[in-house]
Design a protein around this ligand. Structure first.
Ligand code: PEP
Ligand code: MN
Length: 260
């Protein structure tokens, strides 16, 4: 993440990768706006059965995006997703050193977390980073524990970024009706303790387009190292998280808010 000297860093892209047209159109729009890091889920954890990602079917499009010069990140739910994508992007003429991976909020098996860290360390170029999102419940020790598991597995702390995506509203004070109300103070304490960059995921905190702008305004004073936000060329066609994905005009508005 910090290898791209942009401040704050923007990580932008669709919730889920759905088609070549969608990914390439998003990549063009991002590069035109000097956004150099794209996100897009190949493996989607779902609360109820449904579209759960295209997996390696999407690898040729990810490869093409890296050839266009963008860094591309996706969630991995199993250790084999790491080596599978590194290899498939390479085989499709892409640049595997321009990939990054993240552990999502629902992936709370420490053996999988450790093995993902171990494989990134062993099989990916040093530029390939791992982002660790917080778990759904608001427990500081647990989030720090995920970091410890990954570092203990051998991945250098210099290759790890953290991401605050809010905590489940269950039992929490949520007067604004956010999808996952944030605890920015906790995120900042964890940033200080770990000395790792802390990204804020505006979309999964907010749960709606209007909420994304509101969460951005509230997050700015904390000085996060970057912003993750979902953007879809045609949000009404999105297969997942339709309500919270920005369209191009809304993305431009967000960029102007967070760049101030
Ligand atoms: C995501 O970023 O695609 C995602 C599923 O987020 P989270 O794990 O934070 O819910
Ligand atoms: Mn999403």
């Amino acid at each position: 993440m910090p290898e791209i000297m942009q401040s704050p860093v923007m990580i932008v892209g669709p919730c889920a990768v759905e088609s070549r047209e969608q990914v390439i159109s998003a990549t063009i729009s991002l590069l035109e706006r000097n956004v150099f890091i794209e996100r897009g889920g190949l493996y989607k954890p779902r609360t109820s059965p449904g579209f759960d990602g295209l997996g390696l079917q999407a690898a040729p499009w990810v490869a093409e995006a890296t050839r266009m010069g963008i860094t591309f990140g996706t969630e991995v739910m199993l250790p084999e997703h790491v080596d599978g994508l590194l290899e498939a992007v390479n085989q499709n003429g892409g640049d595997p050193s321009k990939l990054f991976f993240w552990l999502g909020s629902r992936n709370q098996n420490h053996m999988i977390q450790s093995e993902v860290g171990r494989r990134i360390n062993q099989e990916a170029k040093p530029s390939v980073r791992l982002m660790i999102k917080n778990q759904p419940w608001g427990d500081e020790a647990h989030w720090l524990g995920i970091v410890d598991h990954v570092v203990d597995a051998g991945l250098s702390s210099e290759r790890i970024d953290l991401c605050h995506r809010g905590f489940s509203p269950y039992g929490r004070n949520n007067p604004d009706g956010f999808r996952n109300p944030p605890d920015f103070e906790m995120a900042m304490r964890i940033k200080e303790k770990t000395r790792m960059p802390m990204i804020v995921d505006l979309s999964h905190i907010a749960g709606s387009v209007d909420g994304v702008f509101e969460v951005a305004r509230r997050a700015i004073p904390y000085g996060f190292d970057g912003y993750m936000v979902e953007f879809h060329p045609n949000p009404s066609d999105a297969q997942t998280d339709k309500r919270q994905q920005l369209d191009l005009n809304q993305l431009d508005k967000l960029i102007s808010i967070v760049s101030i």
